[in-house]
Design a protein around this ligand. Structure first.
Ligand code: C5J
Length: 229
């Protein structure tokens, strides 16, 4: 069993029963011209999570920790897109419309896919989800159960939307989740702070919060250049 410095208290995990969950590192959220920008967001804020997420991903691959990725998006015929989600936010262009990176949030388009820095490799399942949570209308729970996974490490975007929704879903399904604070990001700095506070409040009501430095330390890996100990 390994132990990682975390809040509200240390997070213990057996690497064989732990999965890294990489939430929605898609061009549609982190680059201009995608779904995130269509809702009026400054996408550059999300790039802050990538260096730490890359390090955490590399450390998990080196340590044999199971890695699973998610992508938010819809079928090409939009048959799984609720009207409410299509209309919500009065966007500049809608889900399914043609944008600079292809059809917005549609599976198979360039914008819907994962950025190169954290692109999945062979043996890392990619779960396509129509909603914000990684468990809703997906086989995420089945895959994790088949692998004997009990603990989850979360990286991804955005902190208060798809990451937090997935952490809550994981909590209700009996998993222990720890969010890596510098490997998640929000379009709203205040929401980043508060979303993490909410997870670890009340003795860890939804889970734990740690950072990439503590995670790398727990795995016996060197810290990222310039990281705070
Ligand atoms: C959003 C997500 N923000 N991946 N999706 O709509 O957080």
């Amino acid at each position: 069993m390994l132990k990682m410095r975390a809040e509200p208290y240390d997070f213990e995990f057996d690497p064989k029963k732990t999965a890294l969950v990489m939430i929605d590192f898609q061009r549609d959220f982190v680059y201009p011209g995608g779904f995130g920008e269509s809702l009026g967001n400054d996408t550059s804020l999300l790039l802050a999570a990538l260096p730490a997420a890359e390090e955490v991903l590399k450390a998990c691959r080196d340590s044999g920790i199971f890695v699973i990725h998610t992508r938010e998006g819809h079928r090409a015929d939009l048959s799984d897109l609720p009207r409410a989600k299509y209309e919500r936010g009065n966007p500049s262009i809608h889900i399914g419309d043609e944008g600079p990176m292809g059809r917005l949030l549609v599976r198979g388009s360039h914008g819907h896919d994962i950025v190169e820095e954290v692109y999945p490799i062979e043996g890392e399942p990619v779960v396509d989800k129509p909603g914000k949570g990684a468990f809703y209308a997906t086989d995420m729970d089945t895959i994790l159960k088949m692998k004997g996974i009990e603990k989850l490490i979360f990286c991804g975007v955005t902190t208060e939307v798809c990451v937090q929704t997935s952490v809550r879903e994981a909590n209700d399904r009996g998993y222990d989740a720890c969010v890596i604070s510098d490997a998640v990001a929000s379009y709203f700095p205040e929401f980043q702070r508060v979303a993490l506070e909410m997870i670890k409040a009340q003795g860890g009501i939804f889970g734990w919060v740690s950072d990439s430095t503590a995670f790398l330390q727990a795995l016996g890996k060197p810290a990222m250049a310039g990281a705070q100990a």
